[in-house]
Design a protein. Structure first.
Length: 184
């Protein structure tokens, strides 16, 4: 069987170590940067810029870790191919959501979208400081729109983790703290 067709191991009730320390620190550091930048720090402040660059750097490090990191951190273990997405959606429609050791395909798609948004925010933020784009209103509007989209999708991501945890009877939120997925 090819790696793309190999089913993920079932999550045992005793627990399965899934998220390594790097993934957990990355996740919560990124959450802190995004929340602080969006809700606490004023736009244009040096701290806003620093947090944005730290967030982009975190995503860059996570991309590297997606190729060299632990088993469940590697993109190959959860990349949301069309076949994986269709299979997962069909399972959900049938009311049979099989737990995944790592990200389920929709969660993987969301993770990639969130990381892409953070990188796009870093780029548009940096461009606003260049001579060519200084004061361009369309770029500021794009940056703000990306930020709003990021926060909305992050909220959807958090809600989906809670809902899917209940559907799969898996402690997903706790796993992002402890690194261990358990069923109940």
């Amino acid at each position: 069987m090819s790696a793309a067709r190999t089913p993920a191991p079932a999550v045992p009730t005793t627990g399965l170590v899934v998220w390594d320390r790097f993934v957990r620190v990355f996740h919560w550091s990124l959450v802190a940067c995004v929340l602080a930048d969006f809700f606490v720090v004023d736009d244009g402040e040096t701290l806003h810029q620093v947090l944005g660059y730290v967030a982009a750097g975190l995503v860059g490090a996570r991309i590297v870790w997606g190729f060299v990191g632990s088993r469940h951190a590697r993109f190959a273990s959860f990349f949301p191919t069309p076949a994986r997405l269709m299979r997962h959606l069909a399972e959900l429609r049938r009311g049979h959501a099989e737990p995944h050791a790592g990200h389920n395909p929709l969660g993987a798609l969301m993770m990639l979208a969130l990381m892409a948004l953070v990188l796009a925010l870093g780029l548009t933020g940096w461009l606003q400081g260049t001579d060519r784009f200084w004061g361009e209103e369309w770029l500021q509007d794009l940056h703000e729109g990306l930020a709003t989209t990021l926060v909305a999708l992050a909220g959807l991501h958090a809600a989906a983790a809670i809902v899917m945890g209940r559907i799969e009877r898996t402690r997903l939120v706790r796993a992002m703290i402890t690194g261990v997925k358990t069923r109940y």
